[in-house]
Write a protein that binds this ligand. Structure first.
Ligand code: BGC
Length: 255
């Protein structure tokens, strides 16, 4: 086990990629805080699965788009186990719309979770690490779209592009404190965020035809990359993005 004695907070840890990360961190020996926004049931199930495997887990409701929620989440997470070593900023949302139809509301919703949420959750945790003079690991779940254009998802792509620079900047600024900051950038993974796409066979086939490995990824593949950055294996990596996308972002062919 690579994370024995460690404690991790996973935002949006109740479902999809976040759930796989929470389970995997626990398998590696960590105690886990499973943050969720709206679905207490899925959070409880995730906690129960972790406990079944012999690790400790708690579910904490908080909307990372709201600063008072973030402060409470971080305080309660630290109170739960008396320590926090790993922050996984996983919570994220996307909204499909042509650029000229994006509303201010939709823009704010996406940016507030995907960027502001990561920014201030990390800030709240780093403030505690500073007080305690302890090192830490921050892992952000970004996307291939921190680099790759994503038509009809302009706000989402903008949030992930910003996340790339946030990670690079914080990696440098926080390195003297022994804090590493890295991104894991998934491609097309089978999760609830892809609900609409998965239900549309023509769209799904078109997407799969662009993925060199010829299939969608599983959430567990993303979780494995998170363990790398969270564990001793990844202790000299910072400011980095690890892409987990079946080759999607590198795909180019001439017929
Ligand atoms: C998005 C998915 C998309 C995938 C590949 C992810 O960041 O959340 O909706 O299918 O990138 O384009």
């Amino acid at each position: 086990m690579k994370l024995e004695g460690k404690t991790a907070l996973v935002t949006g840890g109740d479902r999809g990629i976040g759930k796989a990360i929470a389970l995997r961190l626990a398998e590696e020996g960590a105690n886990v805080v499973v943050n969720y926004r709206s679905s207490e049931d899925t959070a409880r199930e995730t906690v129960a699965e972790i406990e079944k495997g012999g690790r400790r887990a708690v579910a904490i409701q908080a909307d990372v788009a709201r600063l008072p929620d973030i402060d409470r989440l971080v305080a309660e997470s630290i109170a739960a186990y008396g320590q926090l070593d790993i922050l996984v900023n996983n919570a994220g949302i996307e909204k499909h719309a042509a650029f000229w139809e994006v509303t201010e509301d939709d823009y704010d919703t996406v940016l507030n979770v995907n960027l502001k949420g990561v920014f201030f959750t990390t800030q709240a945790v780093v403030r505690r690490w500073r007080e305690l003079q302890q090192p830490g690991r921050v892992i952000n779940i970004s996307s291939v779209h921190e680099d790759l254009a994503f038509p009809n998802f302009a706000a989402y792509a903008a949030s992930k592009g910003a996340l790339r620079m946030l990670t690079r900047t914080l990696a440098v600024e926080l390195a003297p404190m022994g804090i590493t900051v890295n991104n894991v950038a998934p491609g097309a993974i089978e999760t609830p965020i892809n609900r609409n796409l998965l239900a549309d066979k023509a769209k799904l086939d078109a997407l799969i035809s662009k993925i060199p490995l010829g299939r969608l990824g599983q959430p567990s593949a993303v979780a494995g990359a998170v363990v790398f950055f969270a564990s001793a294996d990844g202790d000299y990596a910072t400011g980095e993005t690890l892409i987990v996308d079946g080759g999607l972002i590198r795909n180019y062919h001439e017929q």
